[in-house]
Design a protein around this ligand. Structure first.
Ligand SMILES: [Mg+2]
Length: 281
């Protein structure tokens, strides 16, 4: 038996963000594969919750399996799969114009929705859904604008991350596309389904039938992972292998003691240098 640090002694469900926690770009963060296996060997359920909507859950399974992490499709809650589930609660077979990639389109299609491709169909569109699109194009922005301003489409977004970590450093995130649609329509998205919205975490708790007190999230970004975790009432653990560092967190903590303007949901319950620090040595 391994021994977890006392703060996590009761842990039954561990939610992992992907980028900056499990891997960076195509590189596994050292030892994360065996840490995840150790948690599973100790009857702790492990799931993955990412704001990246570009890949299907099937593609994520392949990616993590190749990194020596055992997983299945149902273990992934991406902003694309969460968006598809939430949209289905509103409308069982919607007509949708998507600014986004295959991950988002396939998750929506798998739920029975129809993806509109042509500008001339703008009047039919129920929802414009915007996620990260690395082939973002002016033409599609113009269609989205038309659907919202001249048709009846309601605007939703998968997430609003400002940046996307990659092997080459930071790249523009989905928030850039979301803002583009907002600027040219004058409408903000009616809802943003990904983190910091706790939708994903709450559906994980419901699916797994486990309580918030025995659940934690490991995340690298304060304004998404940690905020969503705090809003869902689970334990929040920031790891320093992605976009955040201890200096930033300490400064935020100091500021929050002197000002009500700092959202306390940004502050993690626990800070770990990396996931190796989960265990008592
Ligand atoms: Mg991350």
């Amino acid at each position: 038996m391994i021994e977890l640090i006392p703060e996590l002694a009761e842990l039954e469900l561990a939610i992992f963000d992907l980028d900056g926690v499990v891997y960076r770009g195509s590189q596994l963060i050292p030892n994360v594969d065996s840490i995840i296996q150790t948690l599973k060997d100790n009857s702790i359920d492990v799931v993955f919750n990412s704001n990246n909507s570009t890949a299907t859950r099937k593609a994520y399974v392949k990616r993590l399996t190749n990194m020596n992490i055992q997983c299945k499709r149902e273990d992934f809650y991406t902003s694309a799969s969460i968006t598809a589930s939430e949209i289905t609660k509103l409308n069982q077979n919607a007509k949708i114009f998507v600014i986004g990639e295959i991950g988002l389109k396939e998750e929506l299609k798998a739920k029975g929705h129809y993806i509109i491709k042509h500008k001339k169909e703008f009047k039919l569109v129920d929802y414009v859904i915007v996620g990260l699109d690395r082939d973002f194009h002016y033409k599609n922005l113009a269609i989205a604008q038309k659907c919202i301003l001249e048709g009846n489409a309601i605007f939703y977004a998968t997430n609003a991350d400002s940046t996307l970590p990659s092997e080459d450093g930071l790249m523009p995130g989905a928030g850039v596309m979301v803002n583009a649609v907002q600027v040219c329509t004058g409408h903000p998205p009616k809802k943003i389904f990904g983190k910091p919205n706790p939708f994903g975490i709450l559906s994980i708790l419901e699916d797994r039938q486990l309580s918030a007190e025995k659940t934690c999230i490991f995340g690298d970004r304060l304004n998404t992972d940690i905020m969503a975790g705090n809003r869902a009432g689970i334990k929040t653990i920031a790891v320093m292998t992605g976009v955040t560092n201890k200096k930033e967190i300490n400064e935020l903590r100091k500021k929050s003691q002197n000002s009500d303007k700092i959202d306390k949901d940004l502050l993690p319950d626990l800070v770990l240098e990396n996931l190796n620090d989960l265990f008592v040595r």
